[in-house]
Design a binder for this molecule. Structure first.
Ligand SMILES: Cc1ncc(COP(=O)(O)O)c(C=O)c1O
Length: 337
């Protein structure tokens, strides 16, 4: 399958906000968006997005994973950026509509359809640096994606950066483009210098997250991850893994921990990254102050594999959805709603 995120279905769902209200959403052919060069987003980065997946089971029906939680996270992101907040029902219906429209393009598990709702401020006003965009466009791209673990779960190598933050305390839990632009420089530098896959941002020693995934420590009986605050993205994979870990009898500990504690833990704890794209990916090596530290024996851990499988089984319909995380997509929905 083509590289993640480079192939798109040929329709999008789209809605515009103007005159103080959301206009009726529509399904349209995928095409370049007409955009005024003064659009607020192009100058003042008024944008946020979501990323989640729909799976097509053997019965031919599509299920969306944690639809309403992703809608709620997008509303939070929009509010934190002073963008018009999409109505939850409207956004959820747009997602259902576009998945139904593109249902024939959803590959069978373990592949899936990646969903990318995006909200941009379109007010043409370069004088509005300190004013919100009162016009906006919301659209949903869909992209068939393959299995991240095709060819096996290669353990990842992370640079532990105990100085820089990925984002700011104010915007860390907002899914906005600027956070990714900010993490890019440090990540590219770390890849070039140390050959790592990602940077684990730990400002002042506080272990937070990587550029696009949450970080967990896992032993035979406990899962430890940073407690929720506004400095990092509240991953729904993270939340799901913690819930499943509880079901399996692991002690679930959400607490802040330092780089020193992290380094002390890795001889006895597995480490993993969680996120929609990779589900739960094993970390085999940390690089800290130029020195490589192996996580356990450096190989993918059994607890990580067990928890990943538990979540994937739900995605693929191989285990019951005991937490009601999946939304079945009605087969025929009106083109607009
Ligand atoms: C910065 C960041 N952290 C964590 C995550 C994981 O979030 P989720 O599990 O909801 O995909 C993502 C991916 O969206 C991300 O971009």
């Amino acid at each position: 399958m083509a590289q993640f995120g480079t192939v798109f279905c040929d329709h999008i769902a789209i809605a515009h906000y103007k005159n103080g209200a959301w206009q009726e959403a529509a399904i349209e052919p995928l095409a370049p968006l007409p955009m005024h060069p003064a659009a607020h987003v192009l100058h003042y980065a008024s944008t946020c997005f979501e990323g989640f997946k729909a799976y097509r089971w053997e019965d031919g029906k599509a299920r969306i994973f944690r639809l309403h939680d992703h809608v709620a996270r997008m509303q939070k992101s929009a509010a934190s950026l002073c963008l018009p907040v999409p109505d939850a029902g409207m956004l959820a219906n747009m997602v259902l509509d576009i998945v139904a429209k593109n249902i024939d393009d959803i590959p069978a598990p373990p592949s899936s359809l990646y969903l990318r709702p995006t909200l941009i401020g379109t007010l043409p006003n370069i004088g509005a640096a300190a004013a919100p965009s009162t016009e906006a466009t919301l659209f949903i791209l869909t992209s068939p994606v393959g299995d991240y673990f095709e060819g096996g779960a290669r353990p990842l190598k992370l640079l532990v950066d105990d100085e820089r933050a990925r984002s700011t305390e104010q915007l860390g839990s907002t899914k906005t483009g600027g956070n990714y632009a900010g993490a890019l420089g440090p990540t590219l530098a770390a890849k070039a210098e140390y050959g790592v896959d990602q940077v684990l941002f730990c400002p002042n020693g506080d272990v937070q997250e990587t550029g696009a995934a949450n970080f967990l420590l896992i032993s035979d009986d406990e899962v430890i991850t940073k407690a929720l605050d506004t400095s990092f993205l509240h991953g729904l994979t993270r939340a799901s893994i913690l819930t499943l870990a509880g079901d399996y009898g692991y002690k679930v500990t959400e607490r802040d921990f330092t780089v020193d504690e992290l380094l002390a833990a890795i001889p006895t704890h597995e480490a993993a990254l969680s996120g929609t794209a990779a589900c739960l990916a094993p970390v085999g090596c940390l690089v800290y102050k130029g020195e490589e530290r192996s996580v356990m024996d450096g190989q993918p851990g059994l607890n990580t594999a067990k928890l990943r499988k538990a979540l994937q089984d739900i995605h693929y319909g191989d285990a019951p959805d005991t937490h009601s995380w999946l939304t079945e997509v009605p087969l025929s929905v009106p083109e607009t709603s």
